[in-house]
Design a binder for this molecule. Structure first.
Ligand SMILES: CCCCC/C=C/C(=O)SCCNC(=O)CCNC(=O)[C@H](O)C(C)(C)COP(=O)(O)OP(=O)(O)OC[C@H]1O[C@@H](n2cnc3c(N)ncnc32)[C@H](O)[C@@H]1OP(=O)(O)O
Ligand SMILES: Cc1cc2nc3c(=O)[nH]c(=O)nc-3n(C[C@H](O)[C@H](O)[C@H](O)COP(=O)(O)OP(=O)(O)OC[C@H]3O[C@@H](n4cnc5c(N)ncnc54)[C@H](O)[C@@H]3O)c2cc1C
Length: 678
């Protein structure tokens, strides 16, 4: 009972309107209402919130917290059930696209339906011609076909140009022959491929008349629409159990091989290039990079998902840190809440601030993506390189920080964070592949670095940088300016923060460009300097996140105390980065050690300011207990009785004497008894 009081007391301390903050977090009142309604709908419907398993006792229901105890085969079947049930709900209730996306999100189990709606359909949209969209999208939208995105192979993932699968045009039959020439050309990883998809977008080398035209996408049917058996020439299956219990194992990531499988010519996605009936290869007037467009789409979406995942971990760790007490009891009084330890604050509050920062940069990135795609429709491709660099970089930054942040939250919860019932181990296991899929995070930062080096090299030719790289236009100033911070509170000025991040990013990029210029072979130089280039790319991406947070604060944000809280969080985010990367700011000569110490002093003061609001700032994420799936993060803070209760549900506790006792323990004990008698 006591723990319930702890959180109630915490909530009384809030200096802002939590309901208004929920709207800021969701992005709009409408987005909040949709999320709020759908999350409760999922939590309250046992068919969506529970896992039902057939066992010797009949059908048994398991809560989300118990998911990690269940065998994969049963979990997978249950995911199929949930997906079918969700789809029926979407159709029966005529849910909008936004509501349908929210429904899948709150069901919170990776499933084939995510690949179908999140990657397969966008790939057709991005790379298909009008006729192809007309033919395939209605089938996909009605789920009359189920698709996946089959790009990665056993031998190549990052190096897309190195893929080996071939699509050879046969003009005699007007068909492509899809073939896997080697073991390493087996498609490997696509989600939804292993057991469910009927179709795939397959990336293969396009060959006409003996000439290799590089990679292109093809729509290939894999399984019979009658009995779901693989079609002739196709070998397909699941690649095996993945990291963690439960977690990503509800997804059937698959392996796929082709043995001279024939598909009609019009199943080549032909927006970027076409092959005519007589086998002529024709390149459209759109850039070839549009072949990669669906990756750009998914990368931008992953940024908002990062803020969602981080906010869950932070919500659990914040609530639990307010409930948990250790040391400091005076005269038999209560011990100290661990959230009051400065070390706990200095680890937790930057993550709280990061969740908000990633939310806002995700919002902006969605806008930027939409803006660029509209320009692409009008054949304006000028902003595509910036979109590619930005989505790649921000995806990399936010997913790495989120994966690390979830693990930090686990540690912030001490021993209990290691229990599956805390929700954190599974959240980590399910989240961490985001650092790899849709582009390995280091590979993506190297793409950002290429964009930066190109920008720097073009500065001397008078090309004016725009958008996220516009700051480089002030290169002369940024290369020689010095921070004018004279006391800790000067670091609260957005202009002081912004100039620090701009100067650091510019100087790191310029230093890399100067080092690169010393190499006769630029590619060799790029490989040699890759670690420095990755750091320069990260500095650029951090600047974007900081500047988008500052821009958000320049908007009209109504609601009691909202802006003040966001200002505190923005400064925490920026000054925490400044503290963490202190070396960069010092080495590039923008700040002195003393100014670095001022930043740290200010950071400590900001932690004190955010402390009374911490639980309410976590409440503003509006996560239901079902979605959190965590005993430590329960809204009511009733942690200990529920942890105690949950322990008894573990399969090991089904009997007092464990299976195996007679074979392995009794003989040991007997042996000891005999020894004792001797
Ligand atoms: C719901 C969520 C479920 C998630 C499920 C997961 C799905 C997946 O994981 S799908 C598979 C994802 N795979 C990847 O992300 C692979 C990563 N690799 C790549 O993206 C590329 O191979 C590369 C970018 C790392 C390299 O491309 P490549 O063509 O070999 O090389 P260059 O570096 O020479 O680039 C040429 C040129 O193209 C520009 N560019 C590269 N990518 C894009 C893009 N997506 N959009 C626009 N432009 C792009 C690049 O900047 C170069 O430009 P220039 O310097 O101007 O020539
Ligand atoms: C859960 C999950 C789901 C996935 N879903 C799909 C899907 O639906 N469809 C699909 O097609 N694929 C999918 N993938 C595959 C995924 O996109 C690739 O695994 C990813 O792109 C990384 O490629 P890789 O595995 O080849 O890594 P590698 O490139 O082999 O990376 C291995 C290491 O090498 C480093 N490295 C590689 N190249 C360079 C370089 N140029 N410079 C410096 N370092 C380098 C990397 O940083 C990394 O440390 C999925 C993967 C996972 C884990």
């Amino acid at each position: 009972m006591e723990s319930i009081d702890y959180l109630a007391e915490e909530r009384k301390k809030a200096e802002f309107n939590v309901d208004e903050m929920k709207i800021v977090w969701a992005g709009s009142r409408r987005a909040f209402e949709v999320s709020d309604y759908i999350s409760k709908l999922v939590a309250d419907d046992p068919d969506l919130s529970f896992i039902f398993i057939e066992c010797h006792r009949g059908i048994q229901g398991f809560s989300k917290e118990e998911r990690t105890m269940l065998p994969r085969k049963e979990l997978f079947k249950n995911t199929l059930r949930k997906s079918a049930y969700s789809w029926k709900h979407i159709i029966d209730h005529q849910l909008s696209e936004e509501e349908a996306e929210r429904l899948r999100y709150f069901v919170d189990e990776p499933a084939f339906i995510d690949s179908h709606l999140g990657v397969f359909i966008p790939a057709i949209k991005g790379q298909g011609t009008k006729e192809q969209l007309k033919k395939w999208l209605p089938l996909a939208y009605k789920m009359q076909i189920i698709g996946c995105y089959a790009q990665t192979e056993l031998g190549h993932g990052s190096n897309v140009q190195g893929l080996e699968t071939t699509a050879t045009f046969d003009p005699r039959t007007d068909e492509f022959v899809i073939h896997s020439p080697t073991l390493t050309s087996s498609k490997w990883w696509p989600g939804g491929l292993g057991k469910v998809s009927t179709h795939a977008i397959v990336y293969a080398r396009l060959i006409t008349d003996g000439k290799d035209h590089g990679i292109n996408g093809f729509i290939v049917q894999l399984r019979s629409l009658e009995d779901h058996k693989p079609l002739p020439g196709i070998t397909v299956g699941d690649i095996g159990t993945k990291f963690g219990n439960g977690a990503y194992n509800t997804m059937d990531n698959g392996v796929l091989r082709f043995d001279h499988v024939r598909i009609p010519r019009d199943q080549m996605l032909m927006r970027v290039a076409q092959v005519t009936k007589d086998g002529k290869y024709v390149q459209s007037d759109v850039p070839r990079q549009l072949l990669y467009e669906s990756m750009v789409y998914t990368r931008q979406a992953l940024v908002t998902y990062a803020s969602g995942a981080l906010s869950r971990a932070v919500c659990i760790a914040t609530r639990y840190s307010a409930v948990r007490r250790q040391f400091g009891s005076q005269n038999g009084g209560q011990e100290i809440q661990v959230i009051d330890y400065k070390t706990q604050q200095s680890r937790l509050f930057p993550l709280l601030a990061s969740a908000y920062a990633f939310r806002f940069v995700g919002e902006w990135l969605k806008w930027f993506y939409t803006d660029v795609t509209q320009r692409l429709q009008a054949n304006d491709f000028s902003t595509l390189p910036e979109l590619h660099a930005t989505t790649a970089g921000i995806k990399s930054l936010t997913t790495t920080a989120t994966a690390d942040g979830i693990e930090e939250c686990r540690k912030l919860c001490g021993g209990h964070g290691y229990l599956c019932s805390s929700g954190l181990p599974e959240l980590y296991a399910v989240y961490v592949p985001a650092c790899t899929f849709e582009g390995d995070n280091v590979v993506l930062l190297l793409q950002v670095a290429r964009f930066l080096m190109k920008t720097v090299s073009q500065l001397s030719s008078g090309k004016k940088p725009t958008g996220t790289i516009a700051y480089m236009g002030k290169i002369e100033h940024l290369m020689q300016c010095r921070s004018d911070v004279e006391q800790a509170k000067d670091w609260l000025k957005p202009s002081a923060i912004l100039e620090a991040f701009e100067a650091r990013a510019t100087r790191m990029s310029v230093a890399c460009a100067q080092s690169l210029s010393k190499f006769d072979n630029p590619e060799e130089g790029f490989q040699e300097l890759a670690p420095d280039l990755v750091e320069a790319a990260l500095a650029h991406c951090q600047l974007i996140v900081v500047s988008k947070f500052i821009e958000k604060l320049q908007q009209d944000i109504p609601g009691e105390g909202i802006k003040q809280q966001l200002e505190v969080l923005c400064c925490i985010y920026a000054l925490f980065l400044l503290h963490k990367h202190h070396g960069d700011f010092l080495v590039t000569g923008y700040i002195t050690s003393k100014q670095g110490l001022f930043a740290n002093e200010q950071l400590r003061a900001l932690y004190t300011q955010v402390r009374p609001n911490a639980v309410s700032l976590a409440d503003a994420f509006n996560h239901t207990d079902h979605f959190l799936g965590s005993i430590l993060g329960r809204y009511d803070g009733n942690v200990y009785p529920k942890l105690y209760e949950a322990a008894w549900k573990d399969p090991l506790n089904e009997s007092d004497v464990p299976d195996g006792f007679d074979e392995y323990i009794r003989p040991l004990l007997k042996q000891q008894l005999q020894t004792a008698r001797l």
